[in-house]
Write a new protein. Structure first.
Ligand code: SF4
Ligand code: SF4
Length: 390
């Protein structure tokens, strides 16, 4: 059987890796705990990865200050399950992430996303990844030869990535590898977009982070996913899965197969595989737990731009601006906070009659404004041609 054009031959797995796929029907703490334990047991147990006394940085996806039901961020009950397991094996877990944007109140993010409560219950401290940066060399760096990363991420014995299963209009999907962008402090993320406006080069830049700091373990929150035009859409989709692997790229490859994307459709996966930083060949991934064929979501809605990417580049050059989605401001929802103006890396947003207005000729479609608008007032509008086409 071929899955999304990939042949899952797993009888011989030269240098293969395991990805566990476990059902989890809801976010009740009992069910999440059980699923996380099972997912880790299937890949050899947490004891094979983390040892007593290890300091471990656990990094959820804290993209914006939205409550867990919005499915924009990693659910706090997954974070709690992982932190408690780490404590059981005698490790010393810390919780850290840096959301995008400038001039924001990080304490509010911790609270709204539910991570402050996890910290209070488990005793694992919340760490601010925006302080104490260290410049490091990036092995085989393609876009960045050197990066400024949080010292704590470089010092700990292990980094654990807890991504959320979501679509993303720029990279099509945001998973275990892209979750590492949160290690770049605040506005630095916008600089990534500014320097690398095209998805391919942006993928290479994110993979530079992977090359500098490889997570020892990734556990994905795929209980309630986001489909459509993520990463902050209202299109939630119950998938009911938790997945785990020691290889972030193999985990992403497996999830992409489940939602109908080929591994090389996603720039972070393609770049990581090219550099040998993980496995993107389903034939070398041993899927354990649920059978892959049984968890495929045939009708998962991909972002509008997924269709655009399938158009040959020569044609795309001529029509791209007519078919791509465009961020626009819904004045009825806008509170005029100007956060979008401050966070646009290419200054494509200006004020007109006291409301922000996007200059679509300058916009690089990074979606920073869309991700960071506190009122959900930035909408992704499709052109007429795109509506007819998609
Ligand atoms: S669109 Fe959103 S971020 Fe921009 S000014 Fe309005 S509320 Fe603020
Ligand atoms: S307008 Fe929005 S999507 Fe376009 S470049 Fe600026 S922040 Fe990015």
């Amino acid at each position: 059987m071929t899955l999304n054009g990939v042949n899952p031959v797993s009888d011989s797995l030269p240098n293969g890796v395991k990805v566990s796929v476990v059902r989890c029907s809801d976010y009740s703490q009992g069910n999440v705990d059980k699923a996380v334990r099972q997912a880790l047991a299937l890949i050899g147990g947490i004891g094979g990865i983390i040892k007593r006394g290890h300091r471990v940085l656990v990094k959820p996806n804290m993209l914006s200050a939205r409550n867990p039901e919005r499915a924009v961020t990693t659910h706090p009950n997954l974070l709690r399950a992982v932190v408690e397991m780490l404590k059981e094996v005698g490790a010393d877990p810390l919780i850290g992430d840096s959301p995008g944007g400038v001039n924001r109140d990080i304490a509010k993010f911790w609270e709204v996303c539910g991570y402050k409560e996890v910290s209070e219950i488990t005793g694992a401290p919340l760490v601010n990844l925006e302080r104490n940066l260290e410049e490091v060399e990036v092995p085989q760096g393609r876009v960045y030869k050197r990066l400024h990363l949080p010292q704590i991420a470089l010092e700990v014995d292990a980094l654990i990535s807890l991504p959320k299963l979501k679509t993303h209009n720029l990279t099509l999907y945001t998973g275990a590898v892209k979750n590492l962008l949160g290690l770049i402090p605040g506005l630095g993320k916008s600089e990534f977009h500014k320097r690398c406006p095209q998805p391919g080069e942006f993928g290479e830049a994110v993979v530079d982070i992977l090359a500098a700091v490889k997570p020892k373990l990734s556990i994905m929150d795929g209980v309630v996913a986001m489909e459509g035009n993520g990463p902050v859409s209202d299109d939630l989709r119950k998938i009911g899965l938790i997945l785990a692997s020691t290889d972030a790229v193999a985990l992403d490859t497996t999830v992409q197969t489940i939602i109908g994307l080929k591994p090389f459709d996603v720039p972070t996966t393609a770049a990581a595989v090219k550099r040998g930083l993980g496995i993107g060949d389903l034939g070398r991934i041993e899927v354990v737990g649920e059978r892959l064929e049984e968890v495929i979501v045939d009708d998962f809605r991909l972002p509008s731009n997924a269709v655009v990417r399938s158009i040959p580049k020569s044609i795309l050059k001529l029509i791209a601006r007519r078919v791509m989605v465009k961020p626009t401001v819904d004045k009825g929802k806008c509170s005029q906070c100007q956060s979008c103006l401050e966070n646009c890396p290419v200054k494509a947003i200006s004020l007109k009659d006291d409301y922000p207005r996007v200059d679509h000729r300058g916009c690089i479609l990074c979606l920073c404004c869309y991700e960071l608008c506190p009122q959900n007032a930035i909408q992704l509008r499709r052109s007429l041609l795109a509506k007819l086409w998609m």
